[in-house]
Design a protein around this ligand. Structure first.
Ligand SMILES: Cc1ncc(COP(=O)(O)O)c(C=O)c1O
Length: 370
């Protein structure tokens, strides 16, 4: 029934297929930044934690009896750690972004969203009809100009700005000035820290900590457990009244089964692990960033190394070339990105020797386009 469309995707080099990751390859593709998805001691800690309770499945929505002490413990610890008043756990980062954008942008409000924001935010836009505009990626001049224009023309009740802390594909860090612009215009600022929490800043709390931002009622932070936290799920941090509003209005929170208890337990023990091992983890991250700087001359803000490719076909060829040498990297193609890239994640847990090896191979690759 969809053969023509599938053929067209194949022709354009955009055909996708899920594959079981070959264990013999070195994983430099996943978002398991700190290697926690492989840490069996942490897994056992989470098992022990959940065994203390009578039941192990969330059973229902958080609003209909599915809220468990583990959700509450996690929410309390993560909000205190990040200096926010309140937190709520959500089933996944995808659901968290849908929850935020769909429920907070009300009639008379206006959303300004970075053009490179994750698909989970973009998917909500058609529901907002004309109450949104994209601004040029990380461009404070464009953002300011658009805000001024919108205030003049529409006089919105609330302005909402949505950005990522570290952008998932380019590895760019958001401009600090966006925090100042949000304050200047009294805008709510949503920061998706999926790729920055657990990687960036001294206590691994992401860009709020990195830029030493004093948390204010207009700040909302979303973080995921499926990346550096080595589990699955997400959380939203905000003021008491924002979290209460989400609890009352956000459909992915109200009408979805509460987040998996095991995943929250694993996220909780891993959050504590990151805090307790921050010095060791920081040294590991620094060493990886230094290698990239020395060999490729690129300064990384996090652990995402994007290698731009001439076209989708080259991206696949290069990925397969590295696969033959034992390395698994992501080949990210259009339309996910404007220009195709090899997305190389310099995971803690992969030896520095292997990381050096792959960086040198990329440098010498006959398909290289850096
Ligand atoms: C920036 C960003 N936000 C949100 C998500 C969605 O998170 P999850 O995988 O937990 O659904 C992702 C996932 O890749 C992401 O990269």
């Amino acid at each position: 029934m969809y053969q023509k469309e599938l053929e067209a995707l194949k022709k354009a080099g955009r055909f996708r297929q899920r594959e079981i990751c070959d264990d013999s390859l070195i994983d430099l593709a996943s978002n398991d930044y700190l290697g926690l998805a492989h840490n069996k001691e942490q897994f056992q800690k989470a098992v022990k934690l959940i065994e203390q309770y009578d039941y192990f499945a969330p059973k229902s929505s958080m609003l209909v009896g599915g809220y468990h002490p583990l959700h509450q413990i996690f929410e309390n610890e993560i909000s205190i750690l990040n200096g926010f008043e309140s937190a709520i756990t959500v089933g996944s980062g995808f659901l968290a972004n849908m929850a935020l954008l769909e429920s907070l942008v009300r009639k008379g409000d206006f959303l300004l969203i970075d053009e490179e924001y994750h698909a989970s935010g973009m998917v909500t836009l058609p529901n907002l009809s004309s109450r949104y505009e994209k601004f040029a990626h990380n461009d404070i001049v464009d953002l300011r100009a658009k805000i001024i224009d919108i205030i003049e023309k529409l006089k919105p009740k609330r302005l909402i700005i949505a950005i990522e802390g570290i952008y998932s594909m380019s590895g760019d860090i958001c401009a600090k000035e966006i925090f100042d612009i949000a304050d200047e215009f009294g805008a709510i600022l949503i920061v998706d820290e999926a790729h920055s929490c657990g990687v960036v800043s001294k206590k691994f709390l992401g860009v709020f900590e990195h830029y030493d931002i004093k948390i204010k009622p207009n700040h909302i932070k979303m973080g995921t457990l499926g990346k550096a936290y080595g589990s699955y799920g997400a959380y939203i941090l905000g003021s008491n009244h924002i979290i209460s509003f989400l609890e009352n209005r956000a459909k992915p929170i109200i009408y979805s089964t509460a987040p998996s208890l095991f995943d929250i337990a694993l996220g909780l023990v891993n959050m504590r692990y990151i805090q307790e091992n921050s010095e060791f983890l920081r040294a590991e991250i620094n060493a990886r960033q230094l290698l990239v700087k020395e060999i490729l001359g690129i300064e990384l803000g996090a652990l995402i190394l994007p290698i731009w490719q001439k076209n989708n076909v080259d991206a696949i060829k290069n990925r397969d070339f590295l696969k033959k040498s034992g390395f698994f990297v992501g080949a990210i193609r259009q339309p996910t990105v404007k220009e195709p890239i090899l997305r190389v994640i310099l995971r803690v847990g992969v030896s520095l020797e292997s990381i050096k090896d792959v960086i040198l191979k990329i440098k010498d690759s006959k398909y290289k386009s850096i």
